[in-house]
Design a protein around this ligand. Structure first.
Ligand SMILES: Nc1ncnc2c1ncn2[C@@H]1O[C@H](COP(=O)(O)OP(=O)(O)OP(=O)(O)O)[C@@H](O)[C@H]1O
Ligand SMILES: [Mg+2]
Length: 392
């Protein structure tokens, strides 16, 4: 089931893709969020859509902790080059660019360390991406899309900076094209980059790298999905049902009672991971053609531990100050959650000392919202800290 995220999908369909196709500058996208908010799934969906439209798309490149991202990205760029038909090109420039990226795919960042003659790995990557972009222009109506997931795992600073420069340089690169009438004009390449990962990535691009990075990539933080969007997604289940084989060569429909759908929306608190979990458990909780509210309850009881563990993982990842802040905030009655009261409860000497923590929890992590009063954006975290949830 897919729910919500219309803004992010429309950003790709209506802004990023058309602008890059038209040769206009448009930043890459960085999509961050707490575990389970659907970052990987979102960009996978964008990539699927792109691929169906004929775009050249890398597979989702998941960076394992501590691995060399340049090798992985170089391999993916070689695949884009293959999609673009570059390996059959007889131009020496292109053959050389491919050979250089093949070396990066083999040795990664250690190419720099060995001080091998020739350009740094990042410039080899940029060069080949530019060739891919040129080929996309020649082909027409094609964007090359690169998706790198779990970017917070790139712990080697040099590798991270080479990677961001390589991708950023390709995004800002302009080529001259001839327009009808024979004039030459500069345009950007039809290339787009999506980076996804945990909010911690924000710190890794801060300070020195910050300004350049922000000029080249636009960061969005994912929040919980609105209940209305979840209900809308389930409505298809309520009205038409889900097609399954009936065991006799035909098709049967599994439907969901309206109360069952409402209950799923209520228990998952806008959290995509919990939404899938509640739905899946309800599905397996019975064998009737209509999923009932009591099946949702029974299923959720079996999932309680997993739901608890999921939210605990989010809380455990928070640095001590942030975790203390969130706890103090949860302990106050909703109407009294002002910065002053929270700072007092969390033992800050001055209210203003709590400001930076509150700001991080809001803008970087998307767990709270600094309104009047403060409230939780992450409603599963709130439920866990303030009630007996996930127990029904
Ligand atoms: N828009 C959505 N509608 C319905 N379900 C979704 C949506 N987005 C994600 N999900 C589901 O939520 C679960 C978690 O999604 P995903 O793995 O993409 O999260 P993530 O943010 O990448 O998490 P992590 O930080 O752990 O990698 C998946 O089971 C996915 O199917
Ligand atoms: Mg993920």
């Amino acid at each position: 089931m897919w729910a919500g995220r219309t803004e992010q999908l429309s950003d790709w369909r209506d802004v990023v893709r058309p602008r890059r196709l038209a040769g206009l500058p448009e930043r890459g996208r960085t999509i961050l969020g707490e575990p389970g908010l659907g970052k990987s799934t979102l960009v996978r969906r964008i990539a699927q859509e792109a691929s169906r439209a004929g775009d050249w798309v890398t597979p989702q490149l998941r960076i394992p902790a501590g691995s060399d991202p340049l090798k992985l990205v170089a391999t993916a760029v070689l695949k884009l080059a293959a999609d673009a038909g570059l390996p059959t090109s007889r131009e020496k420039r292109i053959g050389d660019a491919i050979a250089r990226v093949q070396a990066v795919a083999l040795s990664g960042i250690s190419l720099t360390l060995r001080g091998v003659d020739g350009p740094e790995p990042y410039s080899a990557l940029t060069e080949l991406l530019v060739e891919v972009g040129r080929a996309a222009i020649a082909q027409g109506d094609v964007v090359a899309l690169i998706h790198i997931d779990e970017v917070q795992n790139i712990t080697d600073e040099n590798a991270l900076s080479q990677l961001l420069i390589a991708l950023g340089d390709a995004l800002t690169h302009e080529v001259e094209v001839t327009v009808p009438g024979g004039d030459r004009v500069s345009r950007s390449l039809p290339i787009s980059v999506y980076l996804t990962g945990l909010p911690d990535f924000e710190d890794m691009t801060g300070a020195r790298k910050g300004a350049t990075f922000a000029r080249r990539f636009k960061t969005t933080t994912l929040y919980a999905i609105d209940d209305d969007d979840l209900a809308e997604a389930l409505q298809e289940f309520v009205l038409e049902g889900w097609k399954v084989p009936d065991g006799a060569g035909g098709v049967a429909h599994i439907r969901m009672a309206p109360e069952a759908a409402a209950l799923i929306v209520d228990i998952c608190r806008g959290e995509p991971f919990l939404f899938q979990l509640a739905g899946e458990q309800a599905w397996y909780a019975g064998e009737t053609a209509t999923i009932t509210a009591s099946q949702v309850r029974a299923g959720w009881r079996g999932a309680e531990r997993e739901a608890t563990a999921h939210v605990e993982r989010i809380l455990e990842r928070l640095p001590a100050r942030e975790s203390q802040f969130v706890q103090a905030m949860a302990d106050l009655p909703a109407a009294e959650r002002t910065l002053t009261r929270i700072a007092e409860a969390a033992d800050y000497a001055k209210t203003t000392d709590a400001g930076p923590t509150a700001q991080r929890l809001d803008t970087v992590r998307g767990i709270i919202q600094r309104g009047k009063p403060y409230s939780f954006r992450h409603r599963a975290v709130e439920a866990y800290l303030t009630s007996i949830w996930p127990t029904l």
